[in-house]
Design a binder for this molecule. Structure first.
Ligand SMILES: NC(=O)c1ccc[n+]([C@@H]2O[C@H](COP(=O)([O-])OP(=O)(O)OC[C@H]3O[C@@H](n4cnc5c(N)ncnc54)[C@H](OP(=O)(O)O)[C@@H]3O)[C@@H](O)[C@H]2O)c1
Length: 351
């Protein structure tokens, strides 16, 4: 069996360690990707610390990758060996995760990476774009989707012109994609919160009104209300979903409005329903059977959106020491010391 290097979690609550495991086999309709870059997400340290999501050990974490097609399974027609692609991993199988040198993925969920985007940048896209996209848009609206029309399809482009949107945590990786998608949907104004140091970047990707996230809540409410005037605020995307941000977003929401949250809602469904408001708790993975249709439609258009600049990747910082470097990177995410960038590791550079 041909072996590869992988960052292994030997057991629940264990310590991440570089080791070896077999390179997975390719099934019909799937592809094997040589991973050149993998991005780190908060969920990876949460799995280690809280023992959630993963039940089979040793496990490989990581759900964001970009690399080169190494082998295509029978029947695959959309990509060939040698193509540069990005894809999202799936924690239910360590053959499908990304803190390793090779991974398998259904061919329908890879997108070719345009030459102007590096593989490091491309790795910043899959999970957080999916979280922004699936939370807002739904082909088969599920509980975790606001069910809007996606802007990557013609009918949805610019459809929400003149409607305000508030993105809380705009500089987070998820927030950056929520802003860019909102701009493609035509939302206006696009109001976002983040630290002042990220204001000009967020304006460059579509924010029309920036509010410092350290503004006291009472002032934030006044500021948002003065920006939107008498327009109803029907959509809030809370990318950081902390208790305070959720409460502020919920308070600002109009009757009939929806607040998309990335973590558990702080108001129960029944109370929100009585007040005519709705929490949408997103599950940001295109491999989820309930969201495959929306995911497939997004992936069928993703290369084009990147090529024409409709979407741009996060700014990235490449960690040293290949897979080993992920350990320190996850600590920085846990310590909340990352601002407006994505940490990326290169598995092929593992010693
Ligand atoms: N449900 C799902 O499927 C799903 C999927 C992906 C992520 N998530 C969760 O979503 C959250 C965001 O993930 P991410 O990868 O986007 O995180 P991230 O990029 O690591 O988030 C870092 C950013 O959070 C911002 N931030 C921190 N506290 C804030 C506050 N009080 N108000 C506004 N912004 C604040 C910081 O902004 P400044 O530096 O500008 O202050 C920083 O840029 C995490 O909790 C993650 O676990 C859930």
């Amino acid at each position: 069996m041909v072996q590869q290097k992988a960052l292994l979690l030997p057991e629940k609550f264990g310590k991440l360690v570089v080791g070896e495991r077999a390179i997975p086999k390719v099934e019909p309709g799937w592809v094997l990707v040589k991973i050149e870059a993998t991005a780190l997400n908060p969920v990876d340290w949460k799995i280690v610390k809280y023992g959630v999501f993963v039940e089979q050990f040793p496990a490989v974490l990581g759900t964001d990758a970009a690399g080169i097609i190494e082998e295509v399974g029978e029947g695959v027609t959309n990509v060939v060996k040698g193509d540069r692609v990005l894809f999202q991993g799936w924690y239910q199988s360590s053959d499908r995760t990304t803190f390793q040198q090779f991974s398998v993925v259904p061919a329908e969920f890879v997108a070719k990476v345009p030459s102007k985007i590096s593989l490091d940048q491309a790795a910043s896209i899959p999970l957080t774009l999916a979280t922004a996209a699936l939370g807002l848009y739904g082909k088969q609206p599920t509980k975790g989707s606001a069910g809007l029309s996606p802007p990557w399809e013609e009918a949805g482009r610019g459809k929400y012109e003149g409607k305000p949107i508030l993105v809380l945590g705009g500089s987070s990786s998820v927030g950056q994609f929520a802003i860019q998608l909102a701009a493609l949907s035509g939302f206006s104004p696009i109001i976002a919160t983040a630290s002042a140091s990220n204001a000009s970047y967020l304006k460059s990707i579509g924010v029309s009104h920036f509010i410092d996230r350290h503004t006291p809540t009472a002032e934030l409410l006044v500021e948002v209300r003065s920006i939107i005037g008498s327009n109803p605020l029907e959509i809030v995307y809370d990318a950081v979903a902390l208790p305070d941000t959720q409460k502020a977003g919920y308070e600002l929401l109009s009757k009939g409005g929806q607040i998309v949250v990335t973590l558990n809602p702080v108001v129960d469904e029944e109370t929100a329903a009585k007040e005519g408001k709705k929490f949408v708790h997103v599950f940001g993975n295109v491999n989820d059977p309930n969201q495959r249709e929306t995911g497939k439609s997004l992936y069928s258009k993703l290369s084009g959106l990147l090529e024409d600049g409709s979407l741009e990747p996060n700014r990235v910082e490449v960690l040293p020491n290949g897979l080993e470097g992920i350990v320190g990177g996850l600590k920085r995410l846990e310590d909340d010391s990352i601002s407006g960038i994505k940490l990326v590791a290169r598995p092929q550079e593992t010693a």
